[in-house]
Design a protein around this ligand. Structure first.
Ligand code: PLP
Length: 489
């Protein structure tokens, strides 16, 4: 073998060992973390039959075994240990758990029929009628169903290209849209891309631009004097024919759509400055580029409005992608867009057996009714303000908490080793996620530098549960500061 191929073999080994988990170590961690006997036994069984590549093994030193939900934002594990729920099943359980009306709707539908290919049914047609009403955009709209959020992105990638006859789709660096082979190209994350080895994400016509993560501006600028360099950068990409995207002189562009997350979710709940989304929308509209928002995580009242784009009057996306909390815990996704776009392709252009199936449609109809009639958006707004106040107070006292950002119950926390230098506290954040599990709280670690928590409790969290969350955070932050010697500068 040549030195070169030797090196490739070594690189492949290194890559594998960088990701590889040790089941014995996970069991030891579970014991150290005080898992109960039933959880330990189930974890051992899981490790024997479940792939270590699945998501639960990525969140904590040892994953909890989830048994049931309580009232508000509470989850119990297999041993009956209680956790404050700051994840809501990755922002799926916005209405909380155990809504009797949702169960009744599912049972009633089940008695009739639960699934039949992707055929039309009254319940699905009703859902489509509701979806075109509650989504932003004051123009005729139509719906295309998928099952997962990733499906919705797959459908959209194909659709916007077919409709416009243009190849390129522009998205943010660090957006998350899913992990199938095609959609991975829209999801720029090293760990996601590394797992597709040896074939890189396979869509060459996806072009990325930086998201305005102002706490760590990718252009190294400060918000008060940046002149919105992020928007300028996108304009620049589209202004020069040397980027291959457009030829403004000839009035041509190769860009079908911007397909973006309005706020970055998997990246750690990062909210752009107020001027950004209206600015990027304007850039798209001026160039006849479709504006597509993936509101799979930000939607359904999470941010204190029904949709994140509702925070910016005037933005009317051509297409919106919805999923996650649409159906009270059953899988369902939908692409909702201008009728002209949605009808531009032929029958069976995309298909997956469970798309728009009757059980999910029945559950979604009831879930959306609850979200709208109980005005969960206002509840999220009020509770979010209350939560943020408590977190801001923690920030004043805890040097490890570098930044707190939130809208509604969509809240990102950023941790630093040093307040002034803002050195990312990645190891410390990892430690805190597992420590919080021990202390009785489920949080999701995220972040460009793995130093953020993304907080998305069910929107029916109680004020007492928010107080308790603040108390637990206070304790975990203090312990981390002590353990890692982090002091006020
Ligand atoms: N888009 C966004 C914004 C997401 O947050 C997610 C999942 O977290 C997806 C797409 C993919 O959805 P799913 O995991 O249901 O395929």
């Amino acid at each position: 073998m040549s030195a070169e191929s030797d090196k490739m073999v070594l690189d492949a080994k290194k890559r594998k060992s960088a990701f590889k988990l040790n089941p014995d170590k996970i069991m030891r961690s579970a014991t150290e973390m005080g898992f109960g006997s039933k959880s330990l036994e189930l974890l051992k069984r899981a490790l024997a039959v479940e792939s270590l590549g699945s998501m639960p093994f990525s969140l904590y030193r040892a994953p909890p075994i989830i048994e049931r939900a309580g009232e508000g934002a509470v989850i119990y594990d297999a041993d009956g240990k209680e956790y404050i729920d700051m994840i809501a099943g990755f922002s799926v359980n916005n209405i909380g758990y155990h809504r009797r009306e949702v169960l009744d709707a599912i049972i009633e539908q089940f008695k009739k029929i639960s699934q039949y290919a992707e055929m039309l049914s009254e319940v699905r047609i009703k859902l489509s009628e509701l979806l075109v009403k509650v989504t932003p955009g004051n123009y005729p709209k139509k719906v295309f169903y998928g099952v997962t959020g990733t499906d919705a992105n797959e459908i959209t990638l194909k659709l916007v290209r077919f409709y416009t006859g243009r190849a390129y789709v522009m998205t943010h660096w660090a957006d998350y849209h899913g992990r199938t082979s095609a959609v991975s190209a829209l999801t720029s994350s090293f760990s996601t891309w590394a797992q597709t080895y040896p074939v890189p994400p396979s869509d060459p016509a996806i072009v990325r631009f930086p998201f305005p993560y102002c706490y760590r501006c990718p252009f190294g600028l400060k918000r008060d004097s940046c002149g919105l360099a992020c928007l300028h950068h996108v304009e620049y990409m589209l202004a020069s024919s040397y980027y291959g995207l457009s030829s403004p002189g000839k009035g041509l562009t190769n860009v079908a759509a911007f397909l973006i997350e309005p706020f970055q979710s998997a990246a750690g709940y990062i909210i752009p400055p107020d001027e950004y989304l209206p600015g990027i929308y304007k850039i798209a509209k001026e160039r006849d580029i479709l504006f597509v928002v993936d509101e799979i995580q930000t939607g359904w009242a999470r941010t204190g409005k029904l949709w994140a784009v509702n925070h910016y009057p005037g933005i009317e996306p051509d297409i919106i992608l919805v999923s996650k909390s649409i159906a009270g815990g059953l899988p369902c996704s939908a692409v909702v867009g201008r009728s002209e776009i949605m009808d531009s392709w032929g029958p069976g252009a995309f298909s997956t057996t469970f798309a728009g199936y009757m059980l999910a449609a029945a559950s979604a109809l009831k879930t959306i009714e609850i979200i709208v009639s109980e005005d969960l958006a206002s509840q999220a707004d009020k509770k979010g303000r209350y939560f943020l106040k408590g977190l801001e107070e923690l920030k004043d006292r805890h040097p490890i908490l570098g930044d707190v950002q939130g809208k509604g119950l969509y809240i990102g926390l950023e941790f630093v080793k040093d307040e002034r230098e803002k050195t990312p506290a990645a190891k410390e954040t990892e430690w805190m996620a597992s420590r919080l599990l021990e202390l009785g709280m489920l949080v999701k670690r995220a972040g460009y530098f793995r130093n953020r928590f993304a907080l998305s409790p069910p929107l029916n969290i109680t004020y007492q549960q928010i107080d308790k969350a603040i108390e637990i955070f206070d304790r975990a932050f203090a312990e981390a500061e002590q353990k890692f010697n982090i002091k006020k500068s």
